[in-house]
Design a binder for this molecule. Structure first.
Ligand SMILES: Nc1ncnc2c1ncn2[C@@H]1O[C@H](COP(=O)(O)OP(=O)(O)OP(=O)(O)O)[C@@H](O)[C@H]1O
Length: 233
């Protein structure tokens, strides 16, 4: 369970102070698939960075399974990022001159997983995101944007994180691949009890989530979701 408590992040911009995260509180039960929508500049990336411990709040706290991130030493925060979070972020670029399969194996190497196990799991994950076997061994810089996005999702899943933070996970994908990614995220939350928070402009994805939030000028509101409208459409 993730508890976000009165989270605030301010930035000084010249002689102004801006507050892209302005007293945000919510609780996500384990296994929830939630989405955040909001205009450009509304604070979505800032909020995801705080949840992933890539940035520190000005005040407030994030509590993960009863453990508070505020006041956690940097070494422990790094451990939290590596072990508990799967990031699907633009700025978390894949390593371009490594193959897809090597990119997916990397987080498992950091976690000390044996090579044979890493390789088998990386292949299994790349199959789940429907990357053809011949492309699995190709260097990242020889894959299309959509294929790279799928590799990034497979890599985020590598260590079976408790929480996946995804910024526009279906952004570069055609409709069919996007639908498959939506199914994959839904089944991860439902069957593997992974908590997933996605920032998305994709209505098909937002409609599939259990909870939907809107961020406006640093304030978060929850919107009602029609109960799995897409599934019955
Ligand atoms: N390190 C920083 N220093 C100063 N201002 C920042 C910093 N990071 C973000 N901001 C500002 O905070 C506000 C929110 O930015 P953020 O990236 O969180 O928005 P966003 O909703 O993710 O936007 P987009 O949809 O365009 O990615 C913006 O006004 C941005 O310029």
């Amino acid at each position: 369970m993730i508890e976000v408590k009165n989270l605030v992040r301010t930035f000084n911009s010249g002689d102004r102070t801006i507050k892209p995260v302005n007293d945000i509180s919510f609780i996500l039960e384990q296994g929830t698939l939630a989405s955040i929508v909001g205009k450009s500049g509304s604070g979505k990336s800032t909020l995801l960075s705080l949840l992933g411990a890539l940035d520190k709040p000005t005040s407030g706290d994030v509590v993960v399974d009863g453990v508070s991130l505020a006041g956690m030493p940097d070494g422990k925060l790094t451990e939290y990022r590596r072990r508990d979070i799967g990031f699907v972020f633009q700025q978390f670029n894949l390593i371009p001159n490594l193959s897809a399969v090597d990119n997916v194996m990397l987080p498992m190497e950091f976690a000390g997983v044996r090579k044979a196990v890493r390789l088998a799991r990386a292949k299994e994950l790349l199959e789940q995101v429907q990357l053809d076997p011949d492309k699995q061994v190709r260097r990242i810089n020889r894959l299309s944007g959509g294929e790279q996005q799928r590799v990034a999702i497979a890599r985020a899943l590598a260590n079976e994180p408790k929480l996946i933070l995804a910024d526009e996970p279906t952004g570069n994908l055609d409709e069919q691949t996007g639908d498959h990614i939506i199914e994959l995220l839904s089944s991860l939350s439902r069957d593997h009890n992974t908590t997933i928070l996605v920032v998305t402009h994709d209505r098909a994805l937002a409609n599939k989530t259990d909870r939907r939030f809107r961020l406006q000028q640093g304030r978060l509101t929850e919107e009602p979701v029609r109960a799995h409208a897409v599934a019955s459409a």
